[in-house]
Ligand binder design. Sequence first.
Ligand SMILES: C[S@@+](CC[C@H](N)C(=O)[O-])C[C@H]1O[C@@H](n2cnc3c(N)ncnc32)[C@H](O)[C@@H]1O
Length: 265
Amino acid sequence: MKNETKETLATSLSADTTELLPFLPYLLQDFWELGSDPEVMLRLIKSHVQLSPETRVLDLACGKGAVSVKLAEKLNIRVKGIDILPEFIAYAGQKAAEHNVAGLCEFISGDINEAVKNERDYDIVIYGAASIVLGEPAQMLGKLKSVIRPGGYILIDEGYLPDGVKQSDVKSAGYELLTERQWSELFIEAGLTLIETVSDDDNETPASGDSETGMAFITARANELILKYPDKKAFFDGYVRGQQSEYDDIENTIECVTWLLKKDL
Ligand SMILES: C[S@@+](CC[C@H](N)C(=O)[O-])C[C@H]1O[C@@H](n2cnc3c(N)ncnc32)[C@H](O)[C@@H]1O
């Protein structure tokens, strides 16, 4: 894997060093959902998109397939999920089988920056909590647009800086966050119409779960790794602190949203 790809992979999973990469599947083994809320994605699609048995969805950086499996199961539509971590893809495949939608789901291990060069004509593309994996925001929107048909839809799960909050107030993000206004301008420039925004504050059950439960899982797994690799204690402790900062930012500093956008005809 290229160094740049490793770095964005680490950032996408809120690890501050690529040295953590081999341990991430272990550290995250207790989670199925890794960022986006599958219920929100489902509701947005049901409310706004006309579906047919021919509808095709592409889930880029699908993680362990929590969104893909939910959509296939509830909407009976075909979903292709791509993620760079083979462990996550194997887990997604198992979940699809458990939920009896293996026939509707295809999960592939790969780099989505390569995949977007070939994938075309989807009705819906999903980009959930994948931050800078597809590049700077304008570049990312261009890549998402390229894989859908005219009139197709984009679902993005992102965080932005609310009014009065500065980048320096954010403890965890390893990249520059935009304001809501900056995002709106980029949508217009890209020829995308914002159909609906769902804020995390509107949800009773945030995808990241409650921070206490999440932190308990992460801390327990990090402690197991510390027992196995005592020389790496500082390194795993740093990861736990980083996760706590991220939960704090999500709860207090950043505005987390899911946007449904439509590509102009
Ligand atoms: C925070 S997780 C979000 C996963 C999923 N979309 C969700 O919301 O549950 C970010 C994902 O991006 C994936 N990722 C990072 N870089 C990638 C790349 N270059 N190609 C494909 N997947 C990548 C990671 O493996 C991870 O599963």
